[in-house]
Every structure is written in C-alpha cells, then in structure tokens.
Write a protein that binds this ligand. Structure first.
Ligand code: CP
Length: 363
C-alpha cells in the first residue's frame, strides 16, 4: 500500500527526531515531523507551512555545492531519500508538488543523465518541461544566451536548468533573471546535483558520510564533478584523496581540502569509495595525456585493481564511461559498481532540488 510505504518513511524520520538523530532542517520550510502532517499529494496548498518563508540555497538559485552547509546538504539528501521511496511506487506518480509549474532545460553541451533526469524529476512532481534545442533555436541566428534565457522567462517558464561549456554561465544568468537558475554543469567549475546524488548513493551504502575516505581517480583538472564533490564531501566530513596522471591532478586542489595520493594501489586499498572520473576528450589539451593505453595501464580499474579494494568498498562513476579506459566492462557490471544506482538517485535528488526551489507560490 502506498500509504503504508509513506507512513513507514515518515515514522522513521519521526523516530530519528525523537532519538536526537534528526537534523535541523535549515533550508526547508518544514521539519520532518511537520512534513508528515503537511504533505498531502492531493492538495498543493498543504505543501507549504502557512506564514513560513522558503529559505533557498544561494537565495533563489542552485549554482554549486561550494558554500553549502552540512545541514543544507543533509536536508536535501533527506528529501531526496524520501523521493527515492516515493519513486519506487510508480502508481503514486505524478505528485502535485509542481502542479502548474514549467521547467526549461537549456543544455548547450550534450547530456543524457542530467537532462533526462531533470525532466523526469519535474514530471514526477507534476510539473512540465520544455527543452531548448540549441541548434534549432534562434541562437544560431546570433541571439545571445542571456536573451534566450530572458525570452523563456518572459514566456512564463518557472526555472531554467542550464549546462554550458563556459564556467560561470549559470551564475551570470542568475544575476539577470528573476526565476531560479539551476546549474547542470558549467565548464570545469561545478555540477552540484551530481555531487548530491553521489553523496546520497554513498550515504545509502554506508549509512553515514562522516569519516569515510573517497578516492577521486582520473581527470581531476577538467572535472566539474570532482570540484562539486570535493566541496560537498569535505563539508560532510569525508576524507578526499586525489589520484591520476600528474598533469590532470592540480596540486592546488590540496588548498581545497583534498590530499594527493601518488601511490594509486595504496590509495585503492584505503578507500571506502573509489570515484572514477571520465577522461574528458573534449576538454583535453595537447600533451596532458600521452595515450589512453598508458592511462588504462596506470590508472584504469580492472580485475587486478578491483581485487585491492576492501570488502565494503564501492566503485562509482558519474558517466558516461569510456568502457575499457577508466573501468573495464567487468568492473562496471560487478557487485561493487554503484553506477546505475547513481543514475536512479539522480532523479530523486533533482526532485528534491526542484521541490526546494519551486514548490512555493511564484514570486
Ligand atoms: N554525469 C553527467 O553529467 O552525465 P550526462 O553528461 O549524461 O548528463
């Protein structure tokens, strides 16, 4: 029964609160107990606490994990956890949380997971999605990204999900638009919802985040996923180690709280989470990577390296994977791989972010 499933989740939250394990819900309009009383999927008006103001991450936007507090991350993960369970019961979907709201996907770089999971998240919450096909839009006639975004806002779109090859584009739009901007990946800067879904996956696996060791392996230099994860992981109390070709692992990252791990095999033995990054052909500069064969030999996760891991260690990758370079097909399909769990969690995390930014009345 749907009600039993929801009730079970809510009862668990209430038990956590009573046991002193509940968190201060700093960025939501409700706490966990209130949530059980207020959330009515058939009545949108009950999803906001009367008289309470929604306090949003970064004001109205979701631009990065840099600067998010542990409480803010924890609250978003708790809501995402809730939506994981709701999503398992497809008969309960769509919900009413975003009824009457429309999201626009503005992707100026290719994407499968992020774009489609934002769309799925919006639909699951009862909202609608429009997709800007940049190659078929007036961008090809010379219209700017800003004018494109302002045009969508003028049409009554409620939020923009933006991916762009240039770092800072979502932040730039956030300064000029009044509707929420969600960063779906900007250059090598940030990919915050990816980091949240990764943390959710790790928390589900280990029941905690504090004290775990994550090894980020591969092309750190060009990776927005690495940066968003580094900020969020450090905030949540993980030890973060970095390994990969020295040309792709900037030493400056240690100033952000990471440790360098030149001995890859030793670092694999100590890791709880092996987070393998994609070799980004599109962002490689000449000379940074001698050859894929050399990369595979020194850093690729194959059966031998997998054997080095502790019993409980898991392997993650944001996707898309260069199979046979970063991971062998066997490792990808192995019991340690959490890659498809990450994808599933991406829908729930994006539901949590959309709920957080859009569930109230429009400003
Ligand atoms: N992880 C990730 O951002 O994948 P996509 O490029 O497919 O969205």
């Amino acid at each position: 029964m749907v009600e039993e499933t929801w009730f079970g989740v809510l009862a668990e939250y209430m038990a956590r609160q009573q046991a002193g394990l509940g968190e201060e819900v700093a960025i939501m309009t409700y706490d966990d107990v209130e949530y059980s009383e207020r959330f009515d999927y058939n009545d949108n008006s009950k999803q906001q606490a009367p008289g309470k103001e929604t306090k949003r991450v970064d004001g109205r936007h979701f631009l990065g994990t840099y600067g998010l507090s542990a409480d803010e991350i924890d609250s978003l993960l708790n809501l995402a956890e809730y939506y994981c369970r709701v999503n398992n019961d497809s008969a309960s979907l769509p919900l009413e949380v975003l009824r009457g709201k429309m999201l626009a996907n503005l992707f100026f770089e290719p994407s499968t997971r992020t774009r489609l999971s934002f769309a799925r998240a919006a639909v699951n919450l009862g909202g609608e999605v429009v997709e800007l096909e940049s190659k078929m839009s007036s961008l090809v006639k010379g219209e700017s990204v800003l004018d494109t975004a302002l045009t969508l806002q003028a049409m009554g779109v409620d939020a923009l999900v933006v991916r762009h090859a240039a770092a800072g584009v979502p932040a730039f739009l956030a300064h000029s638009l009044s509707i929420p901007i969600i960063n779906a990946g900007d250059g090598a800067h940030e990919h915050p919802t990816q980091a949240l879904l990764d943390l959710l996956t790790i928390r589900q696996e280990f029941g905690r985040l504090q004290g775990l060791t994550a090894l980020l392996l591969g092309d750190i230099r060009h990776s927005r996923v690495a940066r968003s994860n580094l900020y969020a992981m450090r905030t949540c109390g993980l030890r973060v180690r970095l390994a990969g070709p020295p040309t792709l692992v900037p030493e400056e990252m240690t100033r952000l709280g990471a440790e360098l791990a030149p001995d890859v095999d030793g670092a694999l033995r100590e890791a709880d989470v092996v987070y393998v990054l994609r070799i980004q052909h599109e962002r490689q500069q000449a000379g940074m990577l001698p050859s894929l064969a050399e990369y595979r030999s020194f850093y690729g996760i194959d059966a031998r390296r997998q054997f080095l891991l502790s019993d409980k260690a898991v392997i993650m990758h944001p996707g898309p994977i260069n199979i046979g370079v970063e991971l062998t097909a066997e490792v990808y399909a192995s019991a340690r791989s959490r890659v498809l769990r990450q994808v599933s969690n991406g829908v729930a995390v994006r539901m949590a972010v959309l709920h957080h930014l859009l569930s109230g009345p429009r400003n």
